[in-house]
Design a protein around this ligand. Structure first.
Ligand code: OGA
Ligand code: MN
Length: 257
C-alpha cells in the first residue's frame, strides 16, 4: 500500500526538468536492492518512510533559519546511497563530468578562481536516480503545501571535488529572479573526517562574514537552504568528495544545461 504522501507523486506533468521515468518509490528501491550493489554483500535496507512530521521539520527549518542540515541515511537507505555513489564514481572515471561554470547557456563562465568542481546532470532514468527523484518530488510537494513556494520542478547534478577543489562563497540564485528557490545538497562519502576538508560552510543570511554552520559531506547528510538568501562555500577538499545538488525552481521552462 502506498502512503498518501507517495501517492502525490504520480503526476508526470509536475516532475523535474527532464521528465524522469517516474516509478513508485518502492519499485525503484526494489530495483536498486536487486542491483549489483546488493550483491556486494550489503545489508538489505529498511527505509523509514517520509512522514508529514518530517516534511514539517524541513519547512520549519527553512522558514525559521533559512537553512538546515539533517541525516537522511535511514530514509534513503544505504543501498540507494551506495548506488548513487557508484554512479558518480563511474561518471568521474569517464569524460562524462564537465568543469562546472557560473551562470547558464551563453552566460556560462568557467572561472577556476571561484569553483573547481566537475558536474554531470542527472536525467532520472536509472533506478537509483528514479528513486532519488521520487524523494525530491515528495519534498517539492511537501514544501509547496507548507510554505506556498510554488516550486514547479527541480534540477539535479552530481558533483565531484578532487583534492584541492573548492567553491568560494556564493548564493545559488540572484536575488529577485526567483528561479532557483530552494537548494538541497546530498553527500555520498563514507567516513569523512574534519581533516579531509571539503566542509560546506553556511553563512548568516544578514552577515556573510559570520559562519553559522559547518556541514561535513558524510554519506546520507543533506543540507537544505534558501537559494537566494544563504551565502555558502565549499572549503578545499583534501580527498575526493562526491555529492549531488538539487535546486527546486519556480520557473517552468527548462534552461539549457
Ligand atoms: C553548489 C554548492 C555545496 C556543497 O553546488 O552550488 O554550493 O556542499 N554545493 O557541495
Ligand atoms: Mn551553491
Amino acid at each position: 500500500m502506498e502512503t498518501p504522501v507517495i501517492a502525490l507523486l504520480h503526476n508526470p506533468l509536475k516532475t523535474s526538468v527532464h521528465d524522469p521515468l517516474v516509478m513508485p518509490l518502492h519499485k525503484a528501491q526494489d530495483a536498486v536492492a536487486g542491483s549489483d550493489v546488493e550483491s556486494m554483500g550489503q545489508a538489505q535496507d529498511r527505509c523509514e518512510p517520509v512522514s508529514e512530521a518530517w516534511l514539517d521539520e524541513l519547512a520549519l527549518g527553512l522558514s525559521e533559519h533559512g537553512w538546515m542540515s539533517l541525516d537522511v541515511r535511514a530514509r534513503l537507505g544505504d543501498n540507494l546511497l551506495a548506488a548513487l555513489k557508484q554512479e558518480v564514481q563511474i561518471l568521474d572515471r569517464t569524460d562524462a563530468m564537465k568543469k562546472a561554470g557560473i551562470g547558464r547557456g551563453n552566460d556560462l563562465v568557467r572561472d577556476r578562481s571561484v569553483r573547481r568542481d566537475k558536474i554531470a546532470w542527472l536525467q532520472g532514468v536509472t533506478a537509483p536516480q528514479a528513486a532519488l527523484f521520487e524523494f525530491f518530488e515528495v519534498i517539492r510537494e511537501g514544501l509547496n503545501q507548507r510554505l506556498f513556494l510554488g516550486l514547479k520542478r527541480f534540477e539535479t547534478h552530481y558533483a565531484t571535488y578532487h583534492s584541492g577543489d573548492f567553491y568560494k562563497q556564493h548564493l545559488d540564485s540572484f536575488r529577485g529572479r526567483a528561479s532557483r528557490v530552494v537548494s538541497l545538497v546530498l553527500y555520498l562519502n563514507e567516513d569523512w573526517q574534519s581533516s579531509d576538508g571539503g566542509a560546506l560552510q553556511v553563512f548568516n543570511r544578514d552577515n556573510d562574514h559570520e559562519v553559522c554552520g559547518t556541514v561535513l559531506p558524510e554519506a546520507g547528510r543533506m543540507a537544505l537552504f534558501m537559494s537566494e538568501e544563504v551565502p555558502h562555500e565549499v572549503l578545499p577538499a583534501n580527498r575526493t568528495r562526491y555529492s549531488l545538488a538539487c535546486w527546486f525552481r519556480q520557473d517552468e521552462v527548462p534552461l539549457p544545461l
